[in-house]
Design a protein around this ligand. Structure first.
Ligand code: SF4
Ligand code: SF4
Length: 371
C-alpha cells in the first residue's frame, strides 16, 4: 500500500486539530472526515487493516481539493495532501474509485481534456494556423481550462507574445499534462500522458516553456522531474514570471493606466508550492493608476477555490461554489474594484458564483488590455 510511505503524517494528523479551522473543504463541508484529522483516522484504520476502502471512506478521500493550506499551517511538517494522493492511487489499484472519477479519467484518455470535449476544438477560439510552427524559442502551453473554458486568457497571452516579438508556437497536438490523472490516483496513465506531451515539447526544441496555467506549471516543474521525464533543459515559467521579465527588459510596456483598486488572489501551485508572490504584484505595480489592496489571508495563507488540477469542482460542484463564494467575500472586504487571479480554473469558479460587484480578470488579461 502506497499510504505506508506516509505513516508519520497519518499517525500525527489523527491526533491533531491544529489545522481544522484552515482546511478549505473542512470549513465549508463541516464533516469530521473532511479535515486532516479525519483523513488521518481513516488512513490509520486502513493502514492497520481495520478498515477497507468502503464507498464512504473513498468518498471522504476524494473530498480534499489539495489546496495545501493544512501543510502550510502545520508545525510538524506533515503533508496530508501527499498521504491523500497515495490513498487515491491505492483506491484506483483496487478498482474502487467512484464512477465520476473514472469518467474524468476516460475523458482525459479519450480526448486529452477532463471535459470530454473534442480534441479538434481545443484551439477553435484562438484563430488560425499561424499559431503553430515546427520550431520556436518559446512554447506557449495553453492548458485545458484556458483552451476550452477561458480562451480570452490565451488570446491575451498571444497578444503579449506578439507585442514582445517572441518567436513562439503552440503545440498542435497539445493535450492535458497528465496532472489531473495523477491527482485522481491514476499514476501510470498520468506518466504515459506526460511522456507524450514531453515528446511534443522536445520536438519544437524550445528554450522556454511558458504557461498561463499554474497546475500545468507545477506539472512541468515538479511532476515531470519526479517521474524522470526530461524536457531537454527547457526553462519553465508561469506567465506571471514571464511577463514580469518582459516588463523588466522593456520588451512589453503597459501604456494605459486604469484607475482602480485591485486585489490579487494567490493560489496553491503558483503561490504555496513555488512561492511566486512578488512577480504578479510587481506587474500590477507597473500600472501607475492601479492600487493594490491585499486580502487579510494572502500569499501562502490565501484562501483557495480548490483549483489544483481543475478536478475538484468537477466532482463537487456545490462545495466548490461555496469555496469560491468565500474567496469573493474575502476579496470584497478589501474594497477592490477588481479581483485578479493567475489561474484559469480559479477565474472560472469565481465567475460562476460572483455575487459581488467585483470585476474578475486574469493577470495577463489586465496586461494585454494595457498594450
Ligand atoms: S497537517 Fe499538521 S496541523 Fe494539520 S492535523 Fe496534521 S499534524 Fe495537525
Ligand atoms: S489540502 Fe486543503 S482541503 Fe485538503 S485537507 Fe489540506 S487544507 Fe483541507
Amino acid at each position: 500500500m502506497l499510504i505506508s510511505e506516509h505513516t508519520s503524517t497519518i499517525e500525527a494528523c489523527r491526533f491533531c486539530f491544529m489545522c481544522r479551522h484552515v482546511c478549505t473543504v473542512g470549513v465549508i463541508g463541516g464533516r469530521e472526515s473532511d479535515i486532516p484529522r479525519g483523513k488521518g483516522l481513516i488512513l490509520f484504520k486502513v493502514l492497520k487493516g481495520h478498515a477497507d476502502y468502503s464507498p464512504d471512506l473513498v468518498d471522504a478521500l476524494y473530498r480534499c481539493c489539495l489546496c495545501g493550506l493544512c501543510e502550510t499551517w502545520c508545525k510538524a511538517d506533515c503533508r496530508p495532501p501527499d498521504a491523500i494522493l497515495a490513498a487515491r492511487a491505492d483506491i484506483v489499484a483496487q478498482g474502487k474509485e467512484p464512477v465520476a472519477v473514472r469518467r474524468i479519467k476516460d475523458h482525459l484518455l479519450q480526448t486529452g481534456n477532463p471535459f470530454g470535449l473534442p480534441a479538434e476544438e481545443r484551439f477553435q477560439a484562438l484563430g488560425g494556423p499561424d499559431l503553430f510552427r515546427g520550431q520556436a524559442e518559446v512554447v506557449y502551453y495553453v492548458g485545458c481550462d484556458t483552451a476550452y473554458r477561458q480562451p480570452q486568457i490565451a488570446t491575451a497571452m498571444l497578444k503579449i507574445l506578439g507585442a514582445a516579438n517572441a518567436d513562439f508556437t503552440l503545440l498542435p497536438n497539445e493535450r492535458s499534462t497528465g496532472k489531473p490523472l495523477s491527482l485522481l490516483g491514476y499514476r501510470d496513465e498520468a506518466r504515459t500522458m506526460a511522456e507524450q506531451l514531453a515528446a511534443e515539447i522536445r520536438g519544437v526544441r524550445p528554450k522556454l516553456l511558458v504557461t498561463t496555467c499554474p497546475s500545468a506549471f507545477d506539472a512541468f516543474k515538479t511532476d515531470y522531474p519526479a517521474m524522470g521525464i526530461d524536457l531537454a533543459g527547457v526553462e519553465v515559467l508561469h506567465a506571471a514570471q514571464y511577463v514580469d521579465r518582459l516588463i523588466e527588459q522593456g520588451a512589453v510596456v503597459p501604456r494605459k493606466q486604469p484607475a482602480a483598486i485591485a486585489t490579487f488572489l494567490d493560489g496553491t501551485y503558483l503561490g504555496r508550492t513555488h512561492a511566486v508572490y512578488d512577480e504578479p504584484r510587481r506587474i500590477l505595480g507597473a500600472f501607475a493608476g492601479l492600487t493594490l489592496g491585499e486580502m487579510v489571508w494572502a500569499r501562502e495563507l490565501a484562501y483557495s477555490c480548490g483549483e489544483p488540477g481543475g478536478v475538484f469542482h468537477l466532482l463537487h460542484p456545490e462545495l466548490s461554489g461555496r469555496m469560491a463564494a468565500r474567496v469573493l467575500e474575502e476579496a470584497a472586504k478589501t474594497g477592490a474594484d477588481v479581483l485578479i487571479t493567475a489561474c484559469p480554473t480559479t477565474l472560472e469558479l469565481l465567475q460562476k458564483g460572483n455575487h459581488t460587484k467585483l470585476k474578475l480578470r486574469d493577470l495577463v488579461e489586465v496586461v494585454a488590455a494595457a498594450l
